[in-house]
Design a protein around this ligand. Structure first.
Ligand code: UD1
Ligand code: CA
Length: 248
């Protein structure tokens, strides 16, 4: 069993940043925001880092070329988060161990939280552990559906949620710890049968559960830490938080 690998999603286009620069290259305290995510993955002992590039791929690759521990995988068409992770199949073909899946636009992620997520995956011998957070500001995020006993059932996207599901305050942060083999076997079974006709990574959790694998969800992140940067305002907010943390 090898050390964990990490797949970092950075192929999407971000219109809300209103900028020509690819979103993940926007600087936070002088460094591209994706570098903070890479650092957190390294701090959690990840060895192979696969960055999924698509929108302005060449620019992102050039900006990160000096990191010798990074590999790139191209997603030429953005068909969803599950499709994005599928692009790393070749890079991880020989990988026998855990795989963290992260987004490149969450620079506040802590290495210690990612370690906890990986620890829970190992402890539970889980095919998948979903990293969740609790927030009233759940708008636009995937909701965590549990049964009456509190066991994880599935993740429902806002656009596919019933009013009852939409009221759930436990959300999917987009950070997962998978068993690598189980991840790629679930990805092969994904179908784009949802309101956005996308291959949702989130469906892997339910697919694995139905295949009688262990799938768990744990609120290991506080909501601020898992915050994705989608606007210039959020970018400024994140810089402020990192600045105050660095003087602590
Ligand atoms: C996703 C999750 C949602 C979660 C939220 C957290 C799915 C289906 N939904 O939603 O449950 O609450 O993240 O922020 O996964 N990307 C690619 N290629 C693609 C699509 C996306 O690389 O084809 C990248 C984006 O650049 C981004 C990340 O994946 O970094 C997440 O994509 P985004 O479209 O923001 O996902 P959400 O719909 O917000
Ligand atoms: Ca998002």
């Amino acid at each position: 069993m090898s050390r964990p690998a990490a797949v970092i999603l950075a192929a999407g286009k971000s219109t809300r940043m209103k900028s020509e620069l690819p979103k993940v290259l926007h600087p936070v305290l002088g460094r591209p925001m994706i570098e903070y995510v890479l650092d957190a993955a390294r701090a959690a002992n990840c060895e192979k880092l696969v960055v999924i590039v698509g929108h302005k791929a060449d620019e992102v690759k050039a900006a990160l070329a000096h990191h010798s521990d990074i590999q790139f995988a191209l997603q030429s068409e953005q068909k969803g988060t599950g499709h994005a992770v599928m692009m790393s199949a070749e890079n991880l073909a020989d990988h026998d161990g855990p795989v963290l899946v992260l987004a490149g636009d969450t620079p506040l992620l802590k290495g210690s939280s990612l370690s906890r997520l990986l620890g829970l995956q190992k402890e539970n011998q889980a095919a998948c552990v979903v990293g969740t957070a609790i927030t009233e500001a759940n708008h636009g995020l995937g909701r965590i559906v549990r049964d009456a006993a509190g066991q994880f059932l599935r993740i429902v996207e806002q656009k596919d949620a019933t009013p009852e599901e939409a009221a759930i305050e436990e959300i999917n942060t987009g950070c997962f710890a998978f068993d690598g083999r189980q991840l790629f076997s679930a990805l092969q079974r994904l179908k784009p049968d949802n309101s956005q006709a996308e291959y949702y990574l989130t469906d892997c959790a339910e697919i694995l559960l139905k295949a009688v694998q262990t799938v768990k969800a744990f609120p290991v992140f506080d909501i601020q830490e898992a915050m994705g940067v989608n606007t210039q305002e959020q970018l400024a907010e994140v810089a402020e938080i990192l600045q105050s943390e660095s003087v602590e």
